[in-house]
Each structure stands twice: as C-alpha cells, then as structure tokens.
Write a protein that binds this ligand. Structure first.
Ligand code: AMP
Length: 363
C-alpha cells in the first residue's frame, strides 16, 4: 500500500520493536491489526512478543552487529523496554527513524537526569538530592528529612532498588540494600492517590491524551488501574497539562506514560516517566475507542492519532504469578475481558496477564 505523506509509513511496512515482553506482544497485535509486520529484537526466544511476531531476532541488547542488521531490516524502530545501552540506541537511530529518539531514552533511563529535565521545564516533582556514595547519605537525609525513599538512579522498576529511610535508621545498611551505584533520595509524599496519564505525540506534533487512571499497588507492583479516576476536574486538567507539556518539551514521537502523585492538598507531582506503552494504560484495550497500543503504532508510523476517549468505565487488574489460574472464572464473567501473555511459568511477582472489567460509561 502506498502512503501520500513522506513521513507516513503505510500498512505493509515493517515495525522493529526492541524488547520481547507483554508490551511488545500487545503492540505487535495492534500493529498486525493495522496491516503492519513486526520484527522483535529480544534476548529471549519464544517470549510473549516473539509468539505473535512476523520475525524475531534473538540477541543481547549490547550485540551491536545484531542491532545494526535488525535496523536495516525494518522501516521504523521503537521500544517496549527502554533500558537498552545508549550505544545501541545510537546505532539504531543511524540506520532508521527511531521513535522515541535516543535523547528521550537517555533522559528517562536515569532518575536524576529525568528529575532535572522535569524541573527545567517547570514540572513539579518531589524534593530530591543526588547521592553518589554512602558517605553522602547522612547529609542528604538531614536535608530532605524522614521518611524519605532512597532509589537507585538507574534500571529500577516495580519498587526494586528502593529503600524507605526512617529516622534513626542505619544509613550504611540502607545504602547496601539499595544496591545501586548512584542514588536519588526523595522526600516521601503522603499522597492522596497515584494516577498516570498516557500521552501520544506523532511526527506532526499532534498530541492525544488518555484520561488519568487511578493506580493502586500490591507489594510494589501495579495491582489495579481505574477509569474514571475519581479525581476532581481541576486535578485531571493539571495532570493532563503536565503530560502535554512533557511530551512537547521532550519532542516525543511515540507514547509516554507519566506517573504522578496527587497530594492531599490537591497538587500534582510527577514521580516518573516511561517512554512506551504502560501497564496503567491496559484499560484502554477494552475501555477506549483507541487502545494505547494502537496509538503507539499510529504515532511512530506518522499516522493521524486515534480517538483516545473512554467509552466504558473500566477497572484493569493484573494477574501476578499464580493468580493467572483464575482464568476460567474470569472467562465466565460476562463483563470481563481477559488478556494473557503466553508466559509458560507463573513465577511469584511475574506479570502473567490482566483483565478489564467494563461497564457503560458513567460520566
Ligand atoms: P517508582 O519505582 O518510583 O515508580 O516507585 C514505586 C512506588 O513506590 C510508587 O508507585 C509509589 O507507590 C511508591 N513511591 C515511590 N516514590 C515515592 C515517594 N517519593 N513518596 C511516596 N511513595 C513513593
């Protein structure tokens, strides 16, 4: 199929996705529905994405020769996993349009860099200090106060590499538990709730926002995301304005999830960014006119963005570890849509699937 816009990739083109997990799987399914072919690059053979892809490259993220060959074989490159080495992103971007850009990955790969970028563009964030050695920690704790949270600056997710600091705690021990080389100490936010906004931006600079979802966690892992989020219009508008500002200032092409805290005073603080589809956007698969995965594909292929409006109230619940065994009951529920990721082994803490409970839109 031919496209009439220079930058528009027509259906039939090949989309390269770095990362082979469930986010890659659901992006690949959305791409296939629009007539694209997907080539997955992942260190894991037969992972969730590989099972549904047109082609697979199984190689390490630092295998530069394999990355180069992969980039040559596709029309556009994107990610479902952002923690790839900077050199890898540069190699890909030299060969093909890489969306989001290596710069976006660079900023969002490290908490300190991300926080400083957000501060620079005027986005409110939690109070923080850089901590480069265990010896710096007492001064940082004195500055920020307790309780606070010590987080490894890189490669943390789902609460990994995080230690809560309380008054009188052994700080040398806390540093060891955190386990990273450079850390950030953040003031603890006694939040009212956690929300996230997923924003898409295409090659024309058009922006589309999914409404905020309210997120709850269990053992540091996302448990549920609910829309509508039950927040005031004022908070929702503030959160959406922040997400729009970040997408524009970072020059996003693709999808970005913005996780935020709503404070008890009704303020909004950004916690962290993820430049890809996000677990808290899975509700959109059954509750919105366009899912976050379709929106991701539209954005990176230079297409018009789809309508992100909610058509149904939705509660998304993750299936972690052996919770996946409830699948027969979930399938029997007429208001539930089940999504399983094709993972063979239900290890504790592993995301095996999710389900959306939908009902007609209330407000
Ligand atoms: P993160 O890895 O930064 O997304 O943190 C994981 C979870 O820990 C968040 O979703 C919050 O529930 C909690 N958390 C992280 N940072 C803070 C903070 N500064 N204050 C209060 N809770 C936090």
């Amino acid at each position: 199929m031919k496209s009439d816009k220079v930058d528009m990739l027509a259906p039939g083109s090949v989309i390269g996705i770095l990362g082979g997990g469930q986010l890659g799987r659901m992006s690949a399914l959305a791409a296939a529905r629009l007539g694209y072919k997907v080539h997955i690059f992942s260190p894991e053979a037969d992972g969730p994405a590989a099972q549904v892809a047109w082609k697979n490259t199984v190689a390490a993220y630092d295998d530069l020769a394999a990355l180069e060959a992969f980039a040559k074989s596709v029309d556009v490159v994107t990610f479902e996993f952002e923690n790839i080495p900077a050199a890898a992103a540069e190699i890909l971007a030299k060969q093909k349009p890489t969306r989001p850009s290596p710069r976006v990955l660079h900023i969002t790969q490290e908490r300190l860099r991300e926080k400083r970028f957000l501060e620079k563009i005027g986005v409110p964030v939690t109070a923080f200090r850089e901590v480069t050695t265990a010896a710096d920690l007492p001064a940082a704790v004195a500055d920020i106060g307790t309780p606070s949270i010590l987080k490894s600056a890189s490669f943390g997710y789902d609460g990994k590499g995080q230690v809560r600091i309380e008054a009188g705690m052994d700080l040398a021990d806390a540093w060891k538990k955190m386990g990273g080389s450079i850390a950030i100490l953040e003031g603890f936010v006694d939040f009212d709730c956690e929300i996230s906004v997923i924003v898409a931006r295409n090659t024309n600079g058009d922006v589309a926002l999914f409404e905020p979802a309210r997120n709850s966690h269990k053992h540091h892992i996302l448990d549920t995301s609910t829309v509508p989020a039950g927040i005031t219009n004022k908070v929702a508008h503030a959160a959406e304005a922040i997400a729009r500002n970040i997408a524009t200032e970072i020059d996003l092409v693709g999808l970005l999830a913005v996780e935020m805290f709503v404070t008890k005073a009704g303020g909004v603080l950004v916690n962290e960014l993820a430049p890809r589809p996000h677990n808290s956007g899975h509700w959109s698969m059954d509750g919105a006119i366009t899912s976050q995965f379709e929106q991701h594909i539209r954005a990176i292929c230079g297409l018009e963005l789809g309508n992100p409006a909610r058509h149904s109230d939705t509660v998304m619940t993750n299936l972690i570890g052996d919770e996946v065994e409830t699948w027969p009951q979930l399938l029997a529920d007429p208001d539930v849509k089940l999504h399983l990721y094709g993972k063979a082994e239900a290890r504790p803490g592993r995301k095996m699937g999710h389900w959306n409970r939908i009902k007609p839109k209330s407000a």
